[in-house]
Write a protein that binds this ligand. Structure first.
Ligand code: NOJ
Length: 707
């Protein structure tokens, strides 16, 4: 039926009408937009005025214009097909969730899905049909400003978080007014840019491309993601926007993606900059023949496709296939039947509650020399550049976020403990004024961080160490004999080698959205037991990058990881904190790891048989709390080098103090297989050690055999 409906529409459309559907314009002068829509030259509008919208100062969007433009498309354009409006709803709309990297630290996919469901409602209510999220770029380089938009360094965690976000945005029923189409981006390998410099070259082998970068997109396709956005980078000398192999053969044919591909902003025209097209016309030809379905903002398709079809260098049947996909998504999301903005049932209370829960679970306690939590009655001081900060707590890419709802760390602490118990300053230096206040307290909260302006698109850093002034402040306060609680609000992992020894407690608060400060306050005072775990390795210093846990076995020191088989002379080989790491106020004891069966054959695994591995977790501390139980595999020998550890399961559970719980992981074909030298996803007979524990250095293991 859907097929007949879309084919019927296609049959009635002229070539110009069809090409119009493949053109996305940006939000510009209203008269200009009315004109282009009326002419049938527009299939979609990106509700942003510049290519790097995430860096723009927040400007109220004129959502009111959308119904008017829609009416023009329906009633005055030749084909009468409604527009699809897209906007970068990356980690929140009016309510802002933690940046995705921080949310990944929650390892809580259910919460993530629920929070994104709430955000979808807010966005849909403003007329947004389609968001350009989630970003599924597996990023191993914290210098890259866009690592904030993704879920960190691990393909499996990225896949699971991405899937939750997609399901949250798209809802159970995509035709409902409060479901918005998601977009898995940036396909593929964008985070692998050399040196973490945005838009740079990515050098990726087919093996790494498939085993590291493809997995989250495969999961997104399985979760029925509506659209995919290409990445700017090249792979093996070919810009992705023009790679038929990557866009068509792998994504559409092999993975079975049935939505449409949108170019990233200007990615078609940029083929000229990348010098693989001599002009915009050739760029349009290359991208259309790669079946990149919709052109974002650069106008190359609308300018050139008609001529290219006339000349026979692009076939009309190719155009038909691309338009079909666009119409299919418009149909699937109910836009063909209900094109206008319909106010959805938004429950702001519940959006806010979910956002707070997300922040609570994103904050990571990295160090605690028995000083946290602190008592409400204790007099403390707060110093540092984030004492009164608000805007940056929301993070980059918050186009519609409401800074008015954000409390600063100072406000959150004073509101709770009273101004008698909280002494404030925001100087980055140990001024006389701070000294005067500090002598009255034993504990100093040093709230420091980076601005959201040094994170996000094209905001990359060559060093991720704390600035000298911040390190000095920490050292000087420690030298006064104070207990130092460092609250670190960064968009990326910071390198703490120099400062960390002077910190008694480290709370990594990220840019955790509307409720960052309240969550920090709740954790510092013990109202909440922290449960965040690092989604990205924390290097000691910038020179250690890239440093990530799922590194292959080394030729001279096979059984080590974190590169301990390949060291620097001037730095310890281990990271500051490993992937998956994070403390709680309680302690969880792991015991009795066990697998029901020692071996399963390749055929049985192919048929869906799985290893079931269980472990007992006991809360032996005095606080109840949540723990993320992590399951890693280690392939002992294979036809290709394999990572020494790979995350293949995690479960976040709540255990009351003194209670215990059994956790079971299932490992089957998907978890134990990998893409081999022939690009086939396969499983090989052999042995695996399965590790279960609190982070990627887990010690409890059991051996399983694939026969
Ligand atoms: C360019 C960014 O790379 C992309 O992630 C974003 O969705 C588009 N601009 C639209 O704003």
């Amino acid at each position: 039926m859907v097929h007949d409906k879309i084919s019927g529409l296609l049959d009635r459309m002229s070539l110009e009408d069809k090409i119009g559907q493949l053109n996305q314009i940006c939000f510009k002068d209203a008269e200009q937009m009315r004109y282009e829509v009326r002419k049938g030259r527009v299939g979609s509008i990106v509700l942003a005025g510049t290519a790097t919208a995430g860096n723009d100062e927040q400007k109220k969007m004129n959502f009111d214009l959308l119904n008017e433009l829609q009416e023009i498309a329906l009633k005055e354009s030749p084909a009468g097909i409604p527009l699809i409006f897209g906007r970068d709803v990356i980690h929140g709309h009016h309510t802002v969730l933690p940046i995705p990297l921080a949310l990944a630290a929650s390892f809580n996919t259910e919460l993530t899905k629920a929070a994104y469901r709430a955000i979808a409602k807010e966005a849909a209510s403003d007329g947004v049909h389609w968001t350009f999220a989630p970003m599924l770029d597996v990023s191993r380089d914290p210098r890259w400003g866009r690592c904030i938009e993704g879920f960190g360094e691990d393909p499996y965690l990225t896949a699971k978080m991405g899937e939750a976000v997609i399901r949250g945005f798209q809802g159970e029923n995509s035709r409902k007014a409060d479901s918005i189409a998601a977009c898995a981006k940036h396909y593929i390998g964008y985070a692998a840019v050399e040196g973490g410099r945005d838009y740079g070259k990515a050098e990726i082998s087919e093996y790494t491309l498939r085993n590291n970068y493809l997995l989250p997109f495969k999961a997104a396709v399985n979760a029925e993601v509506a659209t995919v956005m290409n990445s700017f980078n090249e792979v093996s000398g070919q810009p992705v926007a023009a790679s038929r192999y990557i866009l068509h053969d792998v994504l559409k044919d092999e993975l079975g993606f049935d939505g449409f591909i949108i170019s990233d902003w200007g990615a078609v025209a940029q083929l000229v900059n990348q010098r693989v097209a001599k002009d915009r016309k050739e760029a349009a030809m290359l991208c259309a023949n790669a079946e990149l379905d919709m052109d974002m903002a650069d106008g190359c398709y609308i300018e050139n496709l008609y001529k290219l079809v006339e000349e026979g260098t692009v076939l009309e049947t190719t155009i038909d296939k691309m338009v079909y996909r666009v119409l299919y998504i418009k149909e699937k999301f109910g836009i063909l039947d209900n094109p206008y903005i319909c106010k959805c049932d938004i429950d702001y209370e519940s959006s806010l509650k979910l956002s707070k829960e997300c922040a609570d679970e994103s904050v990571v306690l990295l160090k605690n020399n028995d000083i946290l939590p602190i008592d409400k009655s204790e007099k403390i001081a707060i110093v540092g550049n984030f004492t009164h900060e608000k805007r940056s707590l929301l993070g980059s890419w918050t186009l519609d976020g409401d800074v008015g709802m954000v409390k600063s760390i100072a406000e959150a602490f004073v509101d709770y403990a009273g101004s008698n118990n909280v002494v404030l300053s925001q100087s980055e230096y140990l001024t006389d004024e701070i000294l005067f206040h500090l002598h009255k307290v034993d504990t100093v909260v040093i709230a420091i961080g980076e601005s959201h302006r040094v994170t996000g698109e094209n905001n990359c850093l060559s060093k991720i160490e704390l600035p000298e002034a911040q390190v000095e402040l920490i050292k000087q306060i420690k030298a006064l004999g104070k207990k130092v609680v460092a609250v670190l609000c960064f968009g990326r992992p910071a390198a703490l080698e120099e400062a960390e020894p002077y910190m008694d407690a480290v709370l990594y608060a990220w840019h955790s959205g509307t409720f960052t400060a309240l969550s920090v306050k709740d954790i510092v005072y013990g109202l909440i037991n922290p449960s965040g775990k690092l989604p990205m390795t924390m290097p000691r210093n910038t020179g250690q990058i890239p440093i990530y846990y799922n590194y292959p076995a080394m030729p001279r020191n096979g059984m080590s990881y974190y590169g301990t088989g390949s060291n620097y002379l001037d730095c310890m080989s281990t990271p500051m904190y490993p992937f998956g790491y994070g403390l709680s106020y309680t302690e969880f004891e792991y015991s009795d790891i066990n697998c029901e069966k020692d071996d399963i054959s390749v055929d049985e695994l192919r048929r869906g048989e799985k290893f079931r591995i269980s472990i007992m977790i006991k809360n032996i501390g005095k606080y109840s709390g949540k723990e993320t139980v992590q399951c890693y595999i280690s392939d002992l020998y294979a036809s290709m080098t394999r990572p020494l550890r790979e995350l293949k399961g995690f479960k976040k559970i709540f255990i009351e103090s003194g209670k215990k719980e059994k956790v079971i992981f299932e490992l089957g074909f998907e978890e134990l297989g990998f893409y081999n030298a022939n690009t086939e996803f396969n499983i090989e007979p052999g042995e695996f050690d399965v590790y279960i524990g609190k982070d990627c250095t887990a010690k409890s293991s059991v051996r399983i055999t694939v026969v």
